[in-house]
Design a protein around this ligand. Sequence first.
Ligand SMILES: [Mn+2]
Length: 348
Amino acid sequence: MKIAIINDTHFGARNDSPLFLEYFMSFFEKQFFPYCKEHGITKVLHLGDLMDRRKFVNFQTLAEVRKRFIEWFETNDIELHCILGNHDTFFKNTNQVNSIRELFHDKYKSIHLYEEPTILEFDGLKIAMVPWINKENEQQFQTFIKSCPASIICGHFELNGYEVIQGINFEGGMEDKIFSCYDMVLSGHFHGKNSKKNVHYLGTQYQITFSDARLTKGFHILDTETRELEFIENSEKIYHVIVYNDSNVYNDPLGDDFSYYKNSYVKVLVAKKTNPAKFDMWVDRMVQAGVLSLNIVEEMLETTEDKIDVAQDTMSIINEEIDKLEISEDKGKLKTLIHELYIESLST
Ligand SMILES: [Mn+2]
């Protein structure tokens, strides 16, 4: 049997942006749902952060999620097995009040919610489903994993030393050695796909913030017989980084078709601009194509001595600069702080 795994769908992200929600839904309607149908998948696991907002729901977002996501499972008789992520819970220290329970659980037969560590069995393969761990359930979790007979454990784990954002490893949380006896640990929470040893952070299925611009996105299929985890890439993007270079911009594989950039966020890094009129025409065409936001970075032109890789995203450039600093302070903490400020500046 093949099981599809999704996580961190964050419906309602970016201040309940209808454009982001459309981009998210289009992934499900054009890629994920047809894939499930075509491959006869009837079980889907969701590893937390179904909704983005912890404290309230926007009714327009809810209506779209209900009609275009939840009801698909119901209509097609496909099970959606959910655990709670930190974004699903109202309080930080308990899972008792959570959006999945309030909005969907008990109202739809296809939606299954695990508020406590639970062992599921698919074709004889035992899979443990662990909700967000907080002060209230930490002891219960510790007891559970010690005697858990499952070989695969799924959760929304916060583990020390794993990439929280490209180039930055999370400091704090639990150590991965507590899972050393499991064949596979599958987790939501950190949004970039990254694996170490038996632990796999699956990453979001699509881009949510600009830091996702250069990451590979998609969903996963677990084969209960071979226990292999297959990655299915989603190449649809809402963020684009284009390096503008007078001499080759028209040789782009997309040719002159700027419609590809409609409703997306485009950052243009100007590497070489010898003909300003040509550049202006190029920008005009980009605007006419209906981009949501066009951010042109020209300062790169003046930094020839330092050989900055203009194709990098902002956070990677900042991280490299921090790495070069000769300071006694903790560079990891500094990166985390700057990253938080950066994300905050994006989400206002
Ligand atoms: Mn998340």
